[in-house]
Design a protein around this ligand. Structure first.
Ligand code: CMP
Length: 140
């Protein structure tokens, strides 16, 4: 059993894609253990993406992540991190495989509709960034 964090970014929420994205997650056998909609402050977005601070796209990334509400979810299942990354597809939608969220829905590399943790350590940090333990009721 593994846990990962999913974010449906503002471009996905804005275009009414929450249900379609949740369906892809659940169809992959992943459990949505917790979920909520929030509007990130600039400070929160800067902290969440601090690892990219020196990248040229950082300002643009923070701006797009704060442009509207996001849906953050805790996903659980066998190999949840890799499985969710497979459902998301490549970061750049032009390189994403058929049937993936980014292939079907992403607008560009900057507005790529979803985020998922990339390793167990980041998954723990990212889940704790958004959720208190008491907010994850759907543990198996
Ligand atoms: P995400 O998985 O949320 O992790 C970091 C984000 O930075 C990434 O998805 C993209 O949305 C964004 N990103 C990565 N590379 C670029 C780029 N070259 N130009 C703009 N945004 C980028």
């Amino acid at each position: 059993m593994e846990t990962t964090l999913s974010i449906i970014k503002p471009d996905g929420v804005r275009r009414n894609l929450i249900g379609k994205i949740f369906a892809k997650i659940e169809d992959k056998g992943l459990r949505i253990a917790a979920t909520k909609m929030i509007h990130l402050s600039k400070k929160q977005a800067e902290m969440f993406y601090a690892v990219h601070k020196e990248r040229p796209f950082y300002g643009e990334l923070v701006e797009s992540m704060t442009s509207g509400p996001v849906v953050v979810s805790v996903l659980q299942g066998a190999n949840a991190i890799a499985n969710y990354r497979e459902v998301m597809g490549a970061t750049n939608p032009a390189e994403a495989a058929a049937g993936t969220i980014r292939k079907e829905f992403a607008v560009s590399i900057g507005e790529n509709t979803v985020h998922g943790s990339d390793a167990p350590e980041t998954a723990t940090t990212e889940v704790n960034f958004f959720f208190a333990a008491s907010e994850i009721p759907n543990k198996e």
